[in-house]
Unconditional design. Structure first.
Length: 638
C-alpha cells in the first residue's frame, strides 16, 4: 500500500514537471510573426578556403547581439560545430543563424561548406537565399574557388556583394584585388566593401548593405506550405532536425507534412529558428528560414534539395534536386581485425549525420573484414577518417581511393542478366573480363587553376602528365593567370593538389566542377606474387599510364617484401600481358660449409638437394603479402 502511494506520488510529480517544462517551453517560444517578407533578408557567405568566412560570421553574430560580444575570445568559428572544422579551418556542414537587426529586420545567415567536394550542398544553400557575400582575402586575391563560388551564385540568380577582407594586413594588396575582381568577375569597385573581420573594421556596414542591397524573398502567404531542405543534423533524442527555407504558406506544430521525393508523411513536432542554438517559435511562415522537427529517424529521409509540403497539397517541387552521388571510394579496415564490430558501430554513428556516404561490406585476405565506403570527394573521405580517429578512437587502414567507372555492353544475354546495358564499377576487383564489354567510360571534370604567370610551364606539364586537355588561358592583374583544363577525376584525387602547390611554391589554387563521363581506354592492372593475385593492389588505370604505374608498384613491393627460402616473382599484368617484373632472390644458405675438402661430388650432391628442396617449397608454399607490408604500400600510394 505504501509502495503504491509512493508510485502514484512520483507519477503526479512527473506530470507536474512535464506541464511546467511545457509552460517554460511556450514562454521561450519566439514570436516572429511581425517579420513579414519585406523585413526579411536571407543571405549566405561564400569564399575560398581561409579567406575569413567563419570569422565574418562571428562578427555579424556579435554586432546583432546573437552571441555575447564581451566573450570575443571564445567566439571563434561559432557556426563550425565539428572539431575537425575548427582544427582544419573549413566548414563541412551547412549551418544557419537568425539575427534580429535594429529590431526591425530578421536576417537569416546560411553558412555554406567551404570546399569543392560539397558544391551541390552550396548550390542548394544559395537557392534558399536572395543574396550572398563574396569574401576575398586582400592578401591572396582571387582564387580558383572564388571564381567557382561566384558562378554558383550567378547561376542561382542572387545578388552578390563583394567583400574584400583582411585590409589591415601588411601583405594586403587591395588595389590588385579590386582589379582582379573587376577583370575576372566583372564586378564594380563602387559595389565592394572593405573590412577586417578579425578586428571588426566596417563589419556593421556589411549589415547595412545586406538590408539595403539584398532583396526580400518572393513569397505567397495564400498558397499551401512549401519549403526547400538545404541541410539537416541528427539528434539522438529528437531525430533529424531539418533546415528549411519556407517559400509559401506557413507551418506549425501538429501539421502533417510530406516529402516530395520519398513520399513519406510526418507530423510536425517543433519549428523554430537557429540562433545558433535551436529556439522554438509558434510557426514559420513564407520568406523565413528555420528548422523543423517531425520525428524522422533516418537521416536519408531528409535529403538536401528535397521539397517538403503539406500532406495532400498539390505543388511543384523545386528544380535541381539530385540524390548524393559518391565519387571517391575506398576500403576501410580496422588495424586490429578484432575491432571490426566497434568499427561498424562507429561508422553507423557517423553516417547518422551524413547521408551522402555509401556503405558496403568488404573483405580482404590480408586485412580481414571491413567496409567499402563512398564519399563526395577526397576531403570528405579525409574528414570522415579523422572523425573516426578523434571521436571514436578507431585506427583504420584505408586502401587507395578510386572513382566509379562505367562499362557498356551490347551482348543481349548480359543485358538480360544485369537488367541494363551499363554497369557502374566502384570496386576494381569486380571489373569484368575484356570480352564482356564494348566500351569503358571514366569521370572527367572541368578544372580551374589560378597561379603565377611564371609557373605556367610547370603547371601545364603537370596537367598534361595527368592526361589533362588544355582549354583556355586568361591573364589577370598581379601577374597571375587563370587556366582551364579538362582532367580525369582519377588523376587528381590523390596527390595532384600537393604537386601543384609544390610546383608553384604554394601560390596556386585549384577547383573543379561539372563531373561528366567520357569514353576512355581503361584496363584492369593486377599485381601478382608468383602468379597469385593481390586483390588489395588491383587498380583500374588508363592504358597509356599503365606501364609507369606498374613499374612504380613492383619496385615498392620489391623494397618492402622480405626474402624467403625461394625466389619471389613480382609481376604487374594486364590480362595475360606482363608490364613490369621484379624478382626477390631466395635466401641462400651455404650447405657446403661443412665440407672440408673431400670429393667434389659431395658438394654437388648437397647443392642439388638444396635446389630440389627450394623447388618443392615454391610449389607448395602459399605466397601471402603481410599486413604490415600492405599498410606501407597503401600509405605510400596515398
Amino acid at each position: 500500500m505504501i509502495l503504491r502511494k509512493s508510485l502514484i506520488h512520483n507519477k503526479l510529480n512527473r506530470i507536474k514537471l512535464e506541464n511546467f517544462n511545457r509552460y517554460l517551453s511556450d514562454e521561450k517560444k519566439l514570436d516572429i510573426s511581425k517579420y513579414t517578407f519585406d523585413k526579411i533578408r536571407n543571405f549566405s557567405i561564400i569564399a575560398h578556403v581561409d579567406h575569413g568566412k567563419s570569422t565574418l560570421a562571428d562578427r555579424l553574430l556579435e554586432i546583432t547581439g546573437t552571441i555575447d560580444k564581451n566573450e570575443k575570445s571564445k567566439n571563434k568559428q561559432v557556426l563550425d560545430r565539428l572539431e575537425v572544422e575548427r582544427k582544419r579551418g573549413i566548414t563541412v556542414k551547412a549551418q544557419t543563424a537568425s539575427m534580429f537587426y535594429k529590431n526591425d529586420y530578421l536576417l537569416n545567415l546560411i553558412d555554406t561548406p567551404g570546399h569543392i567536394d560539397f558544391t551541390y550542398e552550396v548550390s542548394r544553400s544559395l537557392k534558399a537565399c536572395q543574396g550572398c557575400l563574396l569574401v576575398v582575402d586582400a592578401a591572396q586575391g582571387v582564387q580558383a574557388q572564388t571564381i567557382a563560388n561566384f558562378f554558383l551564385a550567378f547561376e542561382a540568380g542572387i545578388k552578390v556583394i563583394p567583400v574584400i577582407n583582411k585590409i589591415d594586413l601588411k601583405t594586403a594588396n587591395v588595389e590588385a584585388t579590386i582589379e582582379q575582381l573587376t577583370q575576372t568577375l566583372d564586378l564594380k569597385k563602387e559595389e565592394m566593401l572593405f573590412i577586417s573581420a578579425k578586428n571588426g573594421i566596417n563589419c556593421e556596414q556589411v549589415l547595412d548593405e545586406i538590408v539595403n542591397r539584398i532583396p526580400s524573398p518572393i513569397v505567397n502567404y495564400d498558397k499551401p506550405f512549401k519549403s526547400l531542405v538545404f541541410d539537416s543534423v541528427y539528434d539522438l533524442r529528437r531525430g533529424a532536425i531539418i533546415y528549411i527555407a519556407c517559400v509559401d504558406g506557413e507551418i506549425k506544430k501538429g501539421d502533417k507534412v510530406k516529402s516530395f521525393f520519398t513520399k513519406k508523411v510526418y507530423e510536425v513536432q517543433e519549428v523554430g529558428l537557429a540562433r545558433p542554438d535551436f529556439r522554438p517559435s509558434n510557426k514559420i511562415q513564407a520568406g523565413q528560414v528555420g528548422y523543423m522537427i517531425c520525428n524522422i529517424r533516418n537521416i536519408k529521409e531528409a535529403l538536401v534539395g528535397d521539397t517538403f509540403h503539406l500532406d495532400k497539397a498539390k505543388i511543384e517541387p523545386f528544380p535541381g534536386f539530385k540524390s548524393p552521388k559518391p565519387m571517391v571510394f575506398s576500403g576501410f579496415f580496422p588495424e586490429d581485425s578484432q575491432n571490426f564490430s566497434l568499427l561498424r558501430k562507429s561508422i553507423e554513428k557517423l553516417c547518422i549525420n551524413d547521408s551522402s556516404v555509401s556503405i558496403a561490406e568488404d573483405s580482404s585476405p590480408a586485412l580481414g573484414q571491413g567496409y567499402r565506403l563512398g564519399f563526395l570527394g577526397l576531403l570528405h573521405m579525409e574528414v570522415f577518417k579523422e572523425r573516426l580517429e578523434k571521436e571514436f578512437s578507431q585506427s583504420v587502414i584505408i586502401t587507395a581511393p578510386n572513382v566509379p567507372y562505367k562499362v557498356k555492353f551490347s551482348n543481349q544475354k548480359l543485358v538480360k542478366f544485369h537488367g541494363t546495358n551499363e554497369l557502374v564499377i566502384v570496386n576494381p576487383t569486380l571489373w569484368p573480363e575484356v570480352h564482356n564489354f564494348d566500351e569503358t567510360l571514366e569521370p572527367v571534370v572541368s578544372g580551374t587553376i589560378v597561379c603565377p604567370n611564371d609557373n605556367f610551364r610547370e603547371v601545364n606539364q603537370l596537367c598534361l602528365s595527368r592526361r589533362g586537355v588544355f582549354e583556355s588561358r586568361q591573364e589577370i592583374s598581379g601577374d597571375r593567370v587563370i587556366l582551364k583544363y579538362k582532367l580525369p577525376l582519377n588523376e587528381i584525387i590523390l596527390d595532384f593538389f600537393d604537386k601543384l602547390k609544390k610546383e608553384t611554391s604554394g601560390y596556386a589554387s585549384f577547383d573543379y566542377e561539372d563531373i561528366f563521363y567520357e569514353l576512355s581506354d581503361l584496363v584492369k592492372l593486377v599485381i601478382c606474387l608468383n602468379d597469385i593475385e593481390i586483390e588489395e593492389l588491383t587498380q583500374i588505370v588508363h592504358r597509356q599510364r599503365a606501364g609507369a604505374i606498374s613499374r612504380v608498384l613492383v619496385e615498392k613491393l620489391r623494397d618492402e617484401i622480405p626474402q624467403k627460402q625461394f625466389k619471389i616473382a613480382i609481376q604487374a599484368k594486364i590480362g595475360g600481358k606482363i608490364l613490369a617484373r621484379e624478382n626477390i632472390k631466395a635466401m641462400r644458405k651455404d650447405v657446403t660449409a661443412k665440407c672440408y675438402g673431400g670429393d667434389q661430388t659431395r658438394k654437388l650432391k648437397l647443392l642439388r638437394e638444396q635446389a630440389e628442396g627450394k623447388k618443392r617449397i615454391r610449389e607448395t608454399a602459399k605466397i601471402e603479402i603481410s599486413k604490415d607490408v600492405l599498410i606501407n604500400i597503401l600509405r605510400k600510394e596515398k
